[in-house]
Design a protein around this ligand. Sequence first.
Ligand code: IPM
Ligand code: MG
Length: 358
Amino acid sequence: MKTYKIALIKGDGIGPEIIDEAVKVLDAVASCSDFDFSYEEALMGGCAYDMTGDPLPQETINISLNSDAVLFGAIGGTKWDNLPREKRPESGLLRFRKELGVYANLRPAVVYDELVNASSLKPEIVRGVDLMVVRELIGGIYFGEPKGRDENKGWNTMVYTRPEIERIAHQAFKIAMTRSKRVCSIDKANVLDVSQLWRDIVTEVAKEYPEVELSHMYVDNAAMQLIRDPKQFDVMLTGNIFGDILSDEASMLSGSIGLLPSASVGAKIGVYEPIHGSAPDIAGQGIANPIATIASASMMLRYALGEIDAADKIDAAIKRALSEGYRTKDLAQFDAKEVCSTSEMGSIIANYAAKCKH
Ligand code: IPM
Ligand code: MG
């Protein structure tokens, strides 16, 4: 029997609660498969800072590099907001992504039919939405030098190099080849030189994928188009900050930010995490939606471990829980048959996933 080594980084806020549910579901699919999981927990974020003085201890990197994949919860919280920037939980996460080299962040936004009424947009606008934000994750303005601040001035630099743009563009085109073969590249080339370079290089790379239709869109227009007519998009290729913003926006098409998973890939070890944050305001209350994390575990099975059947089972189990009317509080506003807690939702999905058929 094959045993996959999974590094678990629960993090802060609701992180531990949602990771526990994902583990429950992973163990459930393992129970009817020919593989198993062994988990090793590692610290990151505010909890790591509290225990070690560093939001990203070296041991966490070592454990992660020594695993088959990393399943990550969420980090951050107001408690650590006033620390010097390099001690803040978010800096730990950015450094982690950089150290692992996971430059491509895949953020699918799918609207479940069962939830068309949960979106703040009209059902006919969101029904059938199925798009993928491909976000560059370890470059751009979150990492560019120089950066800094003094009393009266703060500065960051948005910088992209040719190889950075080429490799993320290749990822986007390859993914588009497995979908409906359309890439919309997002930039602000009407103002930013770095964006004009982005646009030129993406256009060059596109020549290697003649079957894929490439379009370009300014980020402000894209923010508007996502709400006006989201179904026009298939793959949205973005730099780091634009993808951060647009993926949060895209999540609301689906009804809740608690639904969207992500995969950070491009290196030996991938990181699988919900796109949402640590939600300290609801931590410990048992009301967080674990679906984004469970769906991230499914992406891990699919992309990192090649266990497609098991991933399909989890995806089917999530759909079934929703179609039976189970809703966590974030989704319960409109049509809940039953409002359930974080752990009830995890158990329901785990039970369905363990039925061994989909
Ligand atoms: C995300 C988050 C992070 C980011 C933060 C917590 C650093 O917003 O994964 O989208 O900006 O990448
Ligand atoms: Mg974000």
